[in-house]
Design a protein. Sequence first.
Length: 326
Amino acid sequence: MKIKKYFSLLSLFCVFICCSQEKETAKKSASKAKPILLADPTIFYENGVYYLYGTTTGDFPNGEGFQVYTSSDLKKWNGPSGAQNGLALKKGDAYGTKGFWAPQVFKHNNKFYMIYTADENIAMAISDSPLGPFKSDSKAPMFNLGKQIDPFFFVDQDGKKYLYHVRLTDGNRIFVAELKDDLSGIKEETLKECISGVLPWENTQNVSWPVTEGPTVLKHNDLYYLIYSANDFRNPDYAVGYATAKSPLGPWEKATDSPIISKKDVGINGVGHGDVFYDKNGKMKYVMHTHFSNSGVSPRKAAIIDIDFEGTKIKANAKSFVLLQE
């Protein structure tokens, strides 16, 4: 009996040691994990690698360019991994002196393009790699029609190319224009307003400068979907909704079930201004930013949520919401 009791105590001791070690390992890995501090994020997928870009909001000033992080599984992120000290685009290599915001990366003619905001204007740079360096010989914006931000490049099935963007005129209003075939600028005669912030959920603080911004456009079953964010990004009620149209130029009808991603759904303030992407299994997701905490806006954090079509509606799965970590 004494021998049995001895072995029982020894077994319990071993279990205690193992559990303690597991807890310690978990603590260490948790302490090492840091949130990805990017606003206005976008994810570009190429050859098994996810590339995450955005407006830098941490210790690194957004006046220096754009960082990029990489991942193979959307869980563990490495970086900043840009070709120039973590930067995919560095100030001085393309248009812009300050305010590098809201990049989008796409592939065209075997080159990688970054369309982005700087100095409250829209510009484009090109690279041979998603890591950069993205450069442009032109140190001018794509067009000069006042202040505009938040560009989104969309190619329709007929090959026509469109630039959705936000014009700063009596509020942040989303516009669209057809792009020239060589991507050098817009066809100004096609410039048209899509939407502005007129619904109660889009302006919860009743400000005189209503905001709709961060457009992403995709096509599904002959309908065009414009996913956007509304309210000032500093407002806890910053949220994501969508509108539909039968043409890339509109007219757009706002969805009655908007917002589809909000603090009510995910429990974090200031969720929005992101981009749609598809993972390696073809699953549709939305990357966005959130406030740093319930008491502080910046530096903003990057996060991902699953979204999908249900009939003609877009639904978000709140249970899939996850903050990104490096």
